[in-house]
Design a protein around this ligand. Structure first.
Ligand code: 5GP
Length: 186
């Protein structure tokens, strides 16, 4: 059995992490995608237990107090966290576990899980990032402004991560991601 491994994929909101990872998982069903808990309201079409575990702030705080998260962070007024138990169990079973998280949480993983491979996804430009967030049509003007301000600061942190890649064209970004993930594990 191959050794389990934690792979952290991060980058600014709207950079296309979700689309990239959905394609990756479609090609590699053996990968385990960690489902986070969040205090954010579900967007239309999002399903509890599939996209996120949608929890109240009180419940989230209880989970923090009980050390149930591998990492957690606040993002655009909501809390997001990675449940520790499932990640530990899947890695112990030899699986590759993928986290899709924002940058503050991804930084914390360096301390809590030094063996993790941490990948930073960059947008082709800030203007393109803004266009992608607007096209998604799911955020208010205020939320878009908060996400863009934060994105600028996040992009400056890209070189702290093990691998950086630009999500320009989906297919080439996917090949790059596969190369990074499977390079040391196959
Ligand atoms: P969204 O509200 O667009 O689903 O997610 C906002 C941001 O939170 C995204 O950058 C996403 O990657 C990040 N995120 C999702 N789950 C987690 C998590 O468990 N921990 C952290 N730190 N960030 C997360």
């Amino acid at each position: 059995m191959q050794a389990g491994k934690l792979i952290v994929v991060t980058g600014p909101s709207g950079v296309g992490k979700g689309t990239l990872l959905r394609s990756l998982l479609a090609r590699h069903p053996e990968l385990y995608f960690s489902i986070s808990a969040t205090t954010r309201q579900p967007r239309p079409g999002e399903i509890d237990g599939q996209h996120y575990y949608f929890v109240s702030r009180e419940k989230f705080e209880r989970m923090v107090a009980a050390s149930e998260f591998l990492e957690w962070a606040e993002f655009a007024g909501n809390c997001y966290g990675t449940p520790r138990l499932q990640v530990d169990q899947q890695i112990a079973q030899g699986r590759l576990v993928i986290l899709e998280i924002e940058v503050v949480g991804a930084r914390k993983i360096k301390q809590t899980f030094p063996a993790a491979l941490r990948i930073f996804i960059l947008p082709p430009s800030l203007a393109e990032l803004e266009r992608r967030i607007r096209d998604r049509g799911q955020d208010s003007e205020e939320a878009i402004a908060r996400r863009l301000t934060r994105a600028q600061a996040e992009i400056e942190a890209a070189d702290e991560f093990d691998v950086q890649m630009v999500n320009d064209d989906l297919e080439s970004a996917l090949l790059h991601l596969e190369a990074a993930i499977f390079a040391q594990t196959h």
